[in-house]
Design a protein around this ligand. Structure first.
Ligand code: C5P
Length: 280
């Protein structure tokens, strides 16, 4: 039994007030990439998690723990023992603003519902997801969405297939650390996009928006600006940070443009991760 944990991209991310619970109100257009981590689930008489893949070594318990926490939270809700043999192939860079741990946790919830033959109410599953992290509810759907609240309100939005490059300049940044340096907030209430038919349309719409976390993330890790410049130099229609970074995305008119861009960046920047993919 397999589930893919697709990379989550915040095409824009606007923040509002800091709430009394410490989280910020946010508004984000979220999309998912054609690439992601892979999880598999098998019956067992205990709960275990094995990890492999290029980024497994850099996974200091964090993301792994979220998969195990997801299993425990789902089992507790159903009143059963969390017994499963889970394997995670970690293809995505860790602590990098593209969902990593959140997408893995969401994939674990989906996979374990199938393995354990559970069909919790949508609200109950969403609540478990939110208890694991603000991005887990949107990752549960793993479809383009307009996300608001702390991350718990997820409304589907339709986007055409768009060519994209993801670049991580090899640094891990802490989400809480980036939030702590936040200075200007765009606020919520931005108009939703309509009639997006191409990468050019999407880029034009996104130019009316921002990622409020980009400036504080660049302050913490200036190499992010180099990643954004590298994307623009390869002809990206738009280049921006996803989430709290350090992964940046670039949008391209054609797959061939994205493939060429990813190859150029991978070849010229040692230690960077660059992949050509698409918004399905
Ligand atoms: O929910 P999650 O654990 O992913 O959040 C990580 C950190 O990001 C929080 O501790 C908080 O500092 C910040 N955050 C926020 N407002 C949100 C989501 C996350 O301030 N809506």
């Amino acid at each position: 039994m397999r589930e893919r944990a697709r990379a989550k991209i915040n095409l824009f991310l606007h923040l509002g007030e800091r709430r009394s619970d410490g989280y910020h109100e946010l508004e984000s257009l979220v999309a998912f990439a054609g690439i992601g981590d892979e999880l598999s689930f098998a019956p067992s008489d205990a709960l275990s998690l094995a990890m492999d893949g290029p980024f497994a070594p850099s996974l200091q318990n964090e993301s792994g723990n979220l998969v195990l926490k997801a299993a425990q939270a789902l089992a507790a809700n159903a009143g059963i023992s969390p017994n499963a043999k889970i394997a995670l192939t970690k293809n995505l860079p860790v602590a990098s603003g593209i969902g990593g741990g959140s997408a893995d946790a969401a994939a674990a919830l989906r996979g374990l519902c199938r393995l354990w033959k559970l069909s919790p109410l949508r609200d109950a599953l969403d609540e478990i997801a939110l208890s694991l992290g603000s991005d887990v509810p949107v990752c549960l759907q793993s479809k383009s969405a307009w996300m608001t609240g702390r991350g718990e309100h997820v409304a589907p939005i339709s986007l055409p297939r768009i060519s994209m490059v993801l670049v991580n300049p090899g640094v891990a940044v802490s989400t809480a650390g980036v939030f702590a340096k936040l200075q200007s907030r765009s606020g919520t209430g931005h108009p939703k996009p309509d009639d997006i038919a191409s990468a050019t349309d999407l880029a034009a719409y996104l130019k009316t928006t921002a990622n409020d976390l980009e400036a504080p993330a660049c302050e913490i890790a200036p190499v992010i600006e180099e990643a954004l410049t590298a994307l623009l130099n390869t002809g990206a229609l738009l280049a921006r940070l996803s989430g709290s970074g350090a992964t940046c995305f670039g949008l391209y008119e054609r797959d061939a443009d994205a493939e060429r861009a990813a190859n150029t960046i991978a070849k010229t920047r040692k230690g960077w991760w660059a992949r050509s993919t698409f918004i399905p």
